[in-house]
Write a protein of this length. Structure first.
Length: 303
């Protein structure tokens, strides 16, 4: 059977080449902005590359997988990896819960409260991470912050303890991330036929049952997108951790992989180790994303 590459009005099937022609400019830009830096990162990760090599004092030597063996044999790396996975999972779950709940709320309130909530959420979304982290630090400041005064906690330091510091960062991450989920899910809910929701309500289904049995299955493609986006964003959180815990907390108790890689690369001038950690993060995110998509395809979902 011959494959038709040209444009033909009589062909009922989508053209094979046309989509790639339209996507070619964007793919070229993305290739230059993403693939080349990843290539350089991987290249540095297989060499011994420190400040001595940067200044030209010592030659660059090939290490192969030596940098990867070094980080995998380091107990600190595994501790940070576990903390990163747990922290990212908590952030993703909280962001999705808050965003979906507020999306449903938007469909239940009148126009003016809906507009106010939208503007407040988009304002949080548009706030730079550094600015938002600084504001949250002030709110929970042990000396001048209003939160401790309202709760009667005196001079309690939220950033001193490991779990309280992670919790504070989680609040800021959810605050600046939930608007994306809220707006996206709200748009999906508005696209659901009103007759379907009315029929479920007439059958006596509660709001929770309507979400679980009607809305969630119909919004599954949208939920897939926001979940994958949240996993990627929250797994590689850097600014909030670095700013709010002063570089990773006391004795590195609040380190995540991104901050750990930064410390190895720039604080310790071990650029090859930092690059190796970056490649490991990239592979983990690719594995999680592809595994999640494959699971959905096995369940018969169209993506």
């Amino acid at each position: 059977m011959r494959v038709r590459w040209g444009l033909s009005r009589s062909s009922p099937r989508p053209y094979i080449a046309a989509p790639w022609i339209y996507l070619a400019p964007a793919l070229l830009v993305l290739g230059g902005l993403l693939l080349y830096p990843i290539y350089q990162l991987g290249l540095i990760s297989v060499f011994h590359y420190t400040q001595a090599q940067v200044s030209g004092g010592e030659p660059v030597t090939f290490e192969g997988l030596g940098n990867y063996r070094e980080i995998f044999s380091d107990a600190e790396f595994w501790r940070v990896l576990l903390a990163t996975v747990v922290f990212a999972a908590a952030c993703v779950g909280s962001t999705l819960s808050v965003g979906c709940a507020l999306a449903v709320l938007l469909t239940r309130v009148r126009a003016l409260p809906r507009l106010a909530l939208m503007l407040a959420a988009l304002g949080a979304w548009a706030t730079p991470a550094v600015t938002g982290s600084t504001v949250w630090l002030f709110l929970f400041d042990p000396d001048f912050g209003p939160v401790n005064r309202v709760l009667g906690l005196g001079d309690h330091s939220w950033t001193y303890g490991r779990f309280s510091a992670f919790f504070l960062v989680l609040l800021e991450v959810v605050w600046c991330s939930f608007p994306f989920v809220m707006v996206t899910v709200y748009a999906g809910i508005r696209a659901v036929p009103a007759e379907v929701l009315e029929a479920a309500a007439l059958d006596g289904a509660s709001q929770l049952r309507i979400w679980r049995s009607v809305l969630a299955p119909m919004l599954r493609p949208i939920l897939v997108v926001v979940t994958i986006q949240s996993v990627i964003w929250d797994f590689k959180v850097f600014t909030q951790i670095y700013v709010m815990t002063n570089g990773g907390g006391i004795a590195g108790q609040n380190l995540t992989l991104n901050v750990y890689a930064y410390q190895q690369a720039f604080a310790s001038s071990q650029y090859s180790l930092g690059s190796a950690i970056g490649i490991v993060m990239l592979l983990i995110l690719l594995a999680v994303t592809l595994g999640y998509l494959r699971l959905l395809r096995r369940q018969g979902e169209e993506l």
